[in-house]
Design a protein around this ligand. Sequence first.
Ligand code: 13P
Ligand code: SF4
Length: 301
Amino acid sequence: MIQEEILRLKKEKDAVILAHYYVAPEVQEMADYIGDSFFLSKKAVELKEKIIVFCGVEFMGESAKMLNPDKKVLMPDLTADCPMAHMVTKETVDEARAKYDDLAVVCYVNSTAEIKSWSDVCVTSANAVKIVKKLPQKNILFIPDKNLAHFVAANAPEKNFIYNDGYCPRHEFMDAKEIAELKAEHPDAEVLVHPECNADIIKQADYVGSTSGIINYAAESKNKKFIIGTVKGVIYELLDRRPDAEFYFPKTEPICVNMAKITLEKLRDVLLSEDKEVMLPPEDINEKAKLTLERMLEYAK
Ligand code: 13P
Ligand code: SF4
């Protein structure tokens, strides 16, 4: 069985498997650690194994490599890339830096190493509000995600936000009408959504948070029905934590096509061949980008 092969190879090669909540349930089942982007980047610096296999998208593997330059970081599919991770230009950052003296460039971890290298600090959706509030600067250029930026701005009204036009296609184009229909069908359900969702979805939410925030909320709630506004992969952990509850997703199934590229077969193959290795970015980029990740880990404490 492929699962047994994966376990055997993992042991033989001294490898550890990290998986994001958005990958397929059968891949999550093979992981030593499953989590949101923040948990996985914290975890990545605590591991003893020689090889890290990252079941997620490129920026996650790249961050793990930058934080662990001496380890071999493998990904089952190196083409699994988050489109939002590219959605900001250097001009946007340069213009804001020229205009404001008192500016922090805050970069969502869903970004390339190059974009991180233009920034002052990284954040994830789990720690963005906390970190932005701690920053000494008044003006915040938040890149690349406009929706997370608006969510953080609403929770840090003392700051002046400058927005960029990036977004996650999966959450930006989620249909608010489909959430409204679910609410009409299940009026006693709580609506839990990711801050990458568009404003019309956020308006309808009882809770807005990262994937692990959504999972923890459902796990601790007395409610038994939840409408979920994020990628369907979270259902595996939701059902594990709340087997008694019912979860409803929008009719247009929220699938991340890049996370869906991570299959059991590709996980087995990369453990066998060790050929899909994540490389460090060029040295000048790596040094600055790594600093933004380390600042995130420090500020989030
Ligand atoms: P989390 O950090 O909440 O897991 O989000 C990652 C992501 O890619 C959301 O689309
Ligand atoms: Fe990127 Fe959206 Fe997929 Fe998350 S769900 S990895 S933000 S494309």
